[in-house]
Ligand binder design. Structure first.
Ligand SMILES: [Zn+2]
Length: 422
């Protein structure tokens, strides 16, 4: 272990001075360290815990030259070897990003459904970029993810295990996130096992529970390693398996999963059902990231809100005989207008937001200050928009100004043309 004030030499010259211990895990210790006047995170390994330290170091060295997706917090610089041990510098995670595990155990609350769905989109598109570059993450679990509660932006740490397909760094993975074939010891991690883990992460994020932990698992009084191998490897059973209901979520234990499953649109339920039935045993058939992305972008376009502030997914809501949406507060309200683009659609309720693919906000629905009955779409980009009103009049909308929301209006935002539809 290093002490505060110790200095570690870096491979390319210079050194890093230890300022504070941030945390310790199975593989090593993470410190806050200063290098060239800037603070970084420094991870130092317990070299004896690595199966083949030289191969591991070589892979790390390659990773310092990679740029996969801005969500990944990649190794930046390696240290020299000291007493057989070594490590690397990476950027610190800013304090406004909170551990995914704290979101899952409800210590941290995401600001609303946009943040929940945005974080799912960010995680999925980061893994899409990673797999497209021919690599796998190998150890996908809640420990390495950090989410900004205000908008769902995501940072992914623990990137030191990222490796090209076919290379296995000896990382076993976290129980509950590992694909069944890894739990059974039949396979090493690859993109197909990453895809299984991604489905688990998305299920946990959207349903706040474990896809394989229901009544059947609860019956094993304590989850021994043998029981864990059975439930996650040899006899995995989805909690909402359409044929076998013996592992359903249990009221009082899995309340979140029961509650959120009810409000999920069918296309999301079907994707999970497929992932945890066919996808359990046929790795090649697992949903690819692009399929999840399309579903999640559709899900974001299904977010609606009542004037009481309660948000819901439109396609899972009950309606009355006038086809008005029924909120849990008792209010009945008309379905909001839609802003329909080539790649996405958004429901235009009061406070609704339009995002780009990096979950940056481009526009927000606002009400006119003088006449609250008039709704507008406020331009939050740095460029003016071209807007065509229903009567054919062309209008430019400057940054910080708003385009009027009328059915038939079309607006160009960035490269995408949107139309307001009923
Ligand atoms: Zn309401």
């Amino acid at each position: 272990m290093l002490k505060v004030g110790d200095k570690v030499a870096l491979e390319l010259g210079g050194e890093a001075e230890i300022l504070e211990i941030l945390g310790s895990g199975g593989q090593g210790t993470v410190y806050r360290a200063k290098h060239s006047g800037k603070d970084y995170a420094l991870k130092m390994y317990f070299a004896h815990k690595l199966r083949s330290p030289d191969i591991f170091r070589e892979n790390l060295s390659r990773l310092t030259e990679e740029k996969v997706d801005s969500a990944f917090v990649m190794p930046l610089m390696l240290t020299e070897k000291t007493d057989g041990s070594f490590g690397f510098l990476m950027e610190l995670v800013p304090p406004e990003y909170k551990p995914f595990s704290d979101v899952l155990n409800a210590k941290v609350k995401l600001s609303g459904l946009y943040s929940v769905v945005n974080s799912a989109i960010k995680i999925t598109s980061a893994f899409r970029a990673l797999h497209n570059s021919g690599k796998s993450y190998q150890d996908l679990n809640d420990g390495g993810f950090f989410i900004r509660p205000t908008d769902g932006d995501v940072l992914i740490c623990d990137c030191d295990n990222i490796a090209p397909y076919g290379e296995h760094l000896g990382i076993a993975g976290k129980p509950g996130y590992m694909a069944p074939e890894i739990v059974r010891g039949e396979k090493a991690p690859d993109k197909f096992t990453d895809r299984y883990s991604l489905a688990v992460v998305l299920f946990r994020l959207l349903l706040r529970g474990d896809p394989l932990e229901g009544g059947k698992v609860l019956k094993s009084v304590c989850l021994t390693e043998e029981a864990e191998r059975r439930h996650y490897g040899f006899e995995p059973l989805f909690v909402y398996d359409p044929v076998d209901d013996s592992n359903r979520p249990v009221r009082g234990v899995h309340n979140n999963t029961i509650k959120f499953w009810q409000i999920m649109p069918d296309y999301i339920k079907e994707a999970f059902e497929f992932s945890f039935t066919t996808g359990l045993n046929e790795p090649q058939k697992r949903l690819i990231e692009k399929q999840w992305l399309d579903l999640l972008i559709r899900l974001r376009g299904d977010i609606t809100a009542c004037s009481c502030g309660s948000q819901n997914f439109l396609s899972a809501m009950k309606t009355d005989e006038e086809r008005k949406l029924i909120c849990t507060c008792g209010n009945h309200y008309a379905k909001p207008l839609s802003l329909v683009g080539e790649k996405s659609r958004i429901l235009l309720f009061d406070g609704a937001k339009v995002f780009d693919e990096n979950v940056k906000v481009l526009a927000e629905v606002v009400r006119n200050k003088k006449n609250p009955a008039l709704w507008g779409l406020k331009n939050l980009t740095e460029n003016e928009w071209n807007c065509t009103l229903p009567n054919g009049t062309e209008k430019n909308v400057d940054p910080e100004s708003a385009a009027p929301i009328f059915v038939g209006t079309s607006i160009c935002i960035g490269n995408e043309k949107f139309t307001i539809e009923d």
